[in-house]
Write a protein that binds this ligand. Structure first.
Ligand code: UT7
Length: 325
């Protein structure tokens, strides 16, 4: 059976590093609180570049690393909750900048599960024979929708993008996925609300408070552990695998304590979970592809290795994907 194989990975992020101590200068927090409660030590914050800058950079690197011509790209999917525009999509901006004149391009909104949704959507197009290849990217500048006076959220997030070039393959590739949505819980994690009252009859210049990230951290924590544990269990069972058969789990980089709970509940060695949240914070849809690219760049993945990507986030959404490298 044809599979969708990851051929190349790439990442791009701001140069500016903001440490926990830097944040303690603007809100009532401390390095100790952030480190103990989240595992995050620093994050990359854009100095003014919008999301498209990082996403386009990733796309260019992917073409280079996969040695593919832009005109041969069939599909571009970008996952983001912080696109530059309502329209055009980031994917169409990528298409223009790399010259992928024969591709179709669109964005997906699934917050921190976005890369899982984008990757598995590309997989459907490829497995059906519609397209042969795709560029799939998750990218965010969360710094533009974070309330920098709210210590309960502003310490958590970072900016950046990561992605993969994937193509049809006869052997290795995506093996199984478990993707889910729970729209009934959408109110526990929101951002980017635009109020319709500010229209013809009520012209005012204001930003609705719900523009900024709002999160009921405890509820999201519970949701994340429950859904990831359940979907990982189901995924492994469906393939007749155990944690021992998986070389690396690449979880969404939101909170080290979430990963500790998952590892303990599933009796999987904590060391098998690849994490870089201490350096990047939570970059939403970019977190898993940035981590995956690090694994790849460090040469930690060999052909035939099984890895599992596990995202969860706003929507509420989740997605767990098993890949044979
Ligand atoms: O990417 C989308 C998915 N998002 C997630 O997975 C996030 C899931 N949730 C979490 O990671 C955690 O719930 C947080 C890290 C967001 C919060 O950790 P927590 O252990 O759940 O803390 P809390 O919200 O229960 O707050 C505990 C205390 C509160 O003070 P009181 O009421 O106990 O006096 C907060 O006001 O910590 C206080 N607090 C802070 N203190 C210092 C909240 N934020 C901060 C802060 N610095 N930055």
């Amino acid at each position: 059976m044809d599979r969708t194989r990851v051929i190349a990975t790439a990442a791009a992020y701001p140069e500016q590093v903001i440490t926990n101590d830097d944040l303690a200068k603007i809100v009532d927090t401390s390095d100790e609180w952030i480190t103990q409660r989240t595992g995050i030590k620093e994050r990359r914050i854009s100095a003014g570049e919008n999301t498209s800058v990082y996403v386009i950079d990733v796309a260019k690197k992917l073409l280079d690393r996969a040695s593919v011509a832009a005109e041969d790209i069939d599909l571009i999917i970008v996952a983001s909750v912080t696109a530059d525009y309502g329209t055009p999509s980031l994917a169409c901006m990528v298409q223009k900048e790399i010259g992928a004149v024969n591709a179709i391009a669109f964005d997906i909104v699934a917050a921190c599960s976005g890369f899982m949704y984008a990757l598995t959507t590309a997989d459907k197009y490829i497995k059906s024979g519609t397209y042969r290849n795709a560029i799939v990217i998750g990218g965010e500048t969360l710094s533009k929708i974070v309330d920098w006076t709210d210590r309960s959220t502003c310490v958590l997030f970072g900016d950046g993008a990561g992605g993969a070039y994937v193509e049809e393959s006869k052997d290795a590739g995506l093996i199984r996925e478990i993707i889910g949505s729970a729209g009934e819980s959408y109110e526990i994690l929101t951002e980017g609300y635009t109020n319709c009252a500010n229209a013809f009859n009520d012209l005012q210049d204001y930003t609705d408070p719900k523009w900024y990230v709002y999160m009921n951290g405890r509820e999201v924590f519970k949701f994340a552990t429950k859904k990831v544990i359940k979907s990982l269990k189901e995924l492994l069972e469906a393939e007749g695998l155990t944690g021992e058969d998986i070389k690396y789990f690449v979880p969404h980089q939101a909170n080290i304590r979430i990963v500790e709970v998952i590892a303990k509940k599933l009796d999987i060695p904590f060391e098998k979970f690849y994490m870089n949240m201490e350096r990047f914070g939570n970059t939403s849809s970019a977190s898993i592809p940035i981590a995956l690219n690090e694994l790849n760049e460090k040469g930690l993945l060999e052909r035939g290795d099984r890895i599992v990507l596990a995202g969860f986030g706003g929507g509420m959404t989740w997605g767990t994907v098993l890949i044979e490298w």
